[in-house]
Ligand binder design. Structure first.
Ligand code: FMN
Length: 161
């Protein structure tokens, strides 16, 4: 079972959180996880993945234009039927990461993905629309991101194993 974590990161925060989420997914069971920047994609691995977690920095309270361009122009990526989840980084609390996540989820729905975040269904910590970190996260935010990854991994196994 494969799971891709696909992100854009200009200054490294989102990349770091992608690695934290990867640790969480790996705790969930027998899943092979790969983190990849949209600038250096392994499209074969992506195609073989049952789930894809997308990560974006918050740009003016939405997701980054680089991710939007990737979605608009990517010919190789058939995401339909894959489980999809999101995470975002922002500079300050209230900087718009929730909106960034919801906007990104909209694109994923249009691509035919099955969206999941665990939300409040697993108790604390709640992961509403997805994991959120300010910059590269404090310890508590990183813990939540790790737990978020584990929950997405478990759901992937539950659906596709
Ligand atoms: C063009 C631009 C717009 C940004 N807009 C916001 C914003 O609206 N809210 C916010 O909290 N941070 C904003 N930021 C900060 C980034 O979201 C934040 O530093 C993020 O963690 C960067 O991720 P990266 O290090 O993976 O590139 C903006 C950064 C850039 C470059």
């Amino acid at each position: 079972m494969k799971l891709s974590i696909v992100y854009y990161s200009q200054t490294g925060n989102t990349k770091k959180i992608a690695e934290v989420i990867k640790e969480g997914v790996e705790k969930s069971g027998n899943i092979q996880v790969k983190t990849m920047s949209i600038e250096d994609m392994d499209y074969k691995f992506l195609e073989e993945s049952k789930a894809v977690i997308f990560g974006t920095p918050t740009y003016y309270a939405t997701f980054s234009w680089q991710i939007k361009k990737w979605f608009d122009t990517c010919k190789e990526c058939d995401l339909s039927g894959k489980l999809g989840a999101v995470f975002a980084t922002e500079n300050v609390l209230g900087g718009g990461a929730d909106v960034a996540e919801l906007s990104l989820i909209g694109h994923m729905l249009v691509k035919g993905m099955l969206i999941y975040s665990a939300g409040s269904s697993q108790g604390q910590p709640y992961t509403h629309f997805g994991a959120v970190c300010t910059k590269d996260g404090d310890e508590a935010q990183r813990d939540r991101a790790r737990i978020f990854g584990e929950r997405i991994g478990k759901k992937t196994l539950e659906i596709f194993d």
